[in-house]
Design a protein around this ligand. Structure first.
Ligand code: ZN
Length: 63
């Protein structure tokens, strides 16, 4: 079972109506602070389109 870092989530809410950059930033920080869920494929595509390297354990070619 994946562990949720509730303290981190309380301190780092996703902004309302986030821009793609805000979503990318949130998920990158989330990935290193919490294990409750992975980075969605849509976010990985946004990162790839911007030339941001895939985080540890992620692969842009994975569907
Ligand atoms: Zn989480």
């Amino acid at each position: 079972m994946r562990k949720i870092n509730a303290d981190w989530h309380r301190a780092n809410p996703m902004p309302k109506n986030p821009s793609p950059e805000q979503r990318i930033d949130w998920h990158l920080r989330h990935a290193v602070n919490c294990e409750c869920r992975g980075i969605p494929a849509g976010i990985l595509r946004l990162m790839q389109a911007r030339g941001i390297p895939a985080p540890e354990g992620y692969d842009f070619s994975r569907k």
